[in-house]
Design a protein around this ligand. Structure first.
Ligand code: FES
Length: 599
């Protein structure tokens, strides 16, 4: 069924529901404006007061009797990735009203990568709490989550998963690509590439200022397979968006049509009580893991998926993810693993093209927000066509999944590497550790001509984990020391307990767990120690004896950071490690529903 036919069917369905009388034995109404009344000790008065206030905005009783669809407004002058929020909200409202619902947009937190200190990840859980509690507190029968920039989509899915009502994700969409001296550029793989050239004296100050105008050519999210694009694809793979909702760029008519359809569908979901737990099942998460691997997605995707799954009582099994990676090739040819941009992916058919190719590896019975299964939606998208962005299973861009999970005495709780974006010659490597104690130490010494470092060494950065920085910043992309960059070194093995932007590339080991700030073995690495990385063996090991490691731990035990007040205190007291999604411990579901994939 094409998009037009689907919308017509949805509108007809909603009109039918609207005109049907409730059965005589129907339970008392706890929907629409009557839902979640403020506590005054008199429900009748609470509703009377609520309606009096909302009528101050000019609403009629007829409007207030409709199913209420909440719409999270994450527009912010600080967030150009959500610069199209006003148009999206208008289109969602149109879709809701076409289907007989009452749209109510409301502001929530908005997080942009470059406008969040110390790091956006520090705020993700706060945004999820904000989203969850506003969904709970305000009357709505379904909610449209408008998100795009990296942490916003996971925060919204985490919050909505905990709130438990019908929810549908609307992605803001990617930015357009720009052009610098005839070369196509886009944020932010090319941001890093040009900055690397500038550090290596290959580009002068005038040119770096010039390219700065071209890297972000419109509003919207980063145009490569960074975290935002990864989470958009994951949201669609989870069944949480309308079919085709991941790929349309922010400023296109397709994106606005998706928004309208999202509003219409939200009304249907409200009527059917299609709550989020019916969509976010173990099979849906397993599909999302497959897609994460097949798109060469951001390593952040694992942390976010783990956190979302944790809200529903599921554990993501990292060893199983690694096994899945061995038979899931990277099919999507997008930067930083490949060469194209998100708008090219959209022109190539978007997620339908990818899912069609991945079909043998997917659970096709997983329900989506349309009320149909993923398999039915793939079929409804019709046949594929010739394109060169999504490869076939027989001709992948990379033979295995983009992400490998490492184990060893340096990371007893695991670590990861994005092998599809790493230098193949460094993936089996032993080298001398060059240690930086924290981000400030790195900034002070990395470009010093006195730094004792060679291209064969391994850079180690401590104290950028969940508690260490705090917030697990994307500082794991440790820059190549200037003295090496100037002589043409493009990659070097780097290890940390932090994260890396999905737009970055290199032989970089991340998410070392437990982190150094809580006494993980990483805390005890010293300059000159030997470290061995073997991606083939999935190993990351510090070549010192157990006795020596124990001696170092006893000599200077780690003291976990703390704070006196406020959100920072809550964060440091309750944040979990990377293998638990860096969520707050009290936000995870109290009861386990097992690990994913199910054994
Ligand atoms: Fe918002 Fe990259 S900065 S998606």
């Amino acid at each position: 069924m094409n998009r037009y036919a689907r919308t017509v069917a949805l509108v007809a369905y909603a009109s039918l529901m609207e005109n049907s009388a409730p059965p005589p034995d129907a339970p008392p109404v706890t929907t629409g404006m009557k839902k979640g009344l403020t506590s005054y000790g008199d429900a009748g008065f609470s509703l009377f007061l609520r309606k009096a206030f909302i009528k101050g905005a000019g609403y009629t009783d007829s409007a207030l009797d409709r199913p209420v669809i909440g719409i999270t407004n994450t527009g912010s002058s600080y967030n150009p990735c959500h610069g199209n929020a006003p148009q999206l909200i208008e289109a969602v409202k149109r879709g809701v009203m076409l289907a007989g619902g009452l749209p109510m947009d409301f502001p929530t937190m908005s997080i942009h990568e470059s406008f969040s200190a110390p790091t956006s990840m520090y705020l993700r859980n706060l945004m999820s709490m904000d989203t969850e509690e506003l969904i709970r507190a305000q009357p709505m029968d379904a909610v449209v989550l408008i998100g795009g920039c990296d942490k916003t989509v996971p925060a919204q899915l985490m919050g909505a998963a905990s709130a438990g009502i019908p929810a549908i994700q609307l992605i803001t969409g990617s930015m357009l690509t720009g052009s610098h001296r005839s070369e196509r550029v886009g944020a932010c793989t090319d941001c890093r590439r040009y900055w690397g050239k500038y550090r290596a004296d290959e580009v002068d100050a005038e040119e770096i200022a010039e390219v700065n105008n071209q890297l972000v050519a419109s509003v919207g999210t980063c145009s490569v397979m960074g975290t935002a694009s990864t989470m958009a694809c994951i949201a669609e793979a989870l069944g949480m968006t309308v079919p085709g909702g991941a790929s349309p760029p922010a400023v296109t008519a397709d994106r606005i049509r998706v928004a309208e359809e999202t509003g219409t569908l939200a009304v249907k979901m409200a009527h059917e009580r299609l709550t989020i737990d019916k969509v976010l099942t173990a099979h849906a998460f397993e599909n999302a893991m497959r897609v994460l691997l097949a798109i060469g997605g951001s390593t952040n995707g694992i942390v976010h998926l783990t956190a979302i799954a944790g809200r529903l009582g599921f554990e993501i099994d990292l060893e199983a993810l690694d096994r899945m990676g061995r038979d899931t090739p990277v099919l999507l040819d997008l930067k930083p693993s490949g060469q194209h941009y998100m708008e090219d992916f959209h022109h190539a058919g978007g997620m339908a093209t990818l899912l069609r190719e991945l079909k043998p590896l997917l659970h096709l019975d997983a329900l989506t927000v349309t009320g149909r299964t993923l398999g039915e939606e793939i079929y409804a998208a019709g046949p594929g066509f010739r394109q060169d962005v999504v490869r076939s299973m027989s001709n992948p861009i990379y033979p295995q999944g983009g992400i490998a999970v490492l184990q060893g005495n340096l990371a007893p709780g695991g670590a990861i590497i994005k092998q599809s974006a790493a230098d193949a010659t460094l993936m089996e490597h032993e080298g001398r550790a060059v240690v930086f104690e924290n981000a400030a130490d790195l900034a002070n010494r990395i470009d010093s001509d006195d730094l004792d470092v060679t291209a064969d060494d391994i850079l180690v950065l401590k104290n950028i984990g969940p508690k260490g920085a705090p917030g697990m910043p994307e500082a794991g992309y440790i820059p190549i020391p200037k003295k090496l960059a100037r002589v043409g070194v493009k990659d070097i093995v780097r290890i940390s307990d932090g994260r890396m932007s999905g737009t970055a590339a290199g032989t970089i080991v991340l998410h070392v767990t437990p982190e150094s700030a809580v006494g993980g073995p990483l805390a005890y690495v010293q300059n000159g120690d030997r470290i061995r990385l073997s991606v083939a063996q999935r190993g990351i090991n510090l070549l010192v004896t157990d006795d020596e490691l124990a001696r170092r731990m006893a000599a200077s035990p780690a003291v976990a950071p703390s704070a006196d007040r406020g959100y920072r205190k809550l964060f440091l007291q309750t944040v979990t490690q990377a293998d638990q999604g860096v969520d707050f411990d009290f936000l995870r579901a109290p009861e386990s529903r097992g690990s994913i994939p199910k054994m």
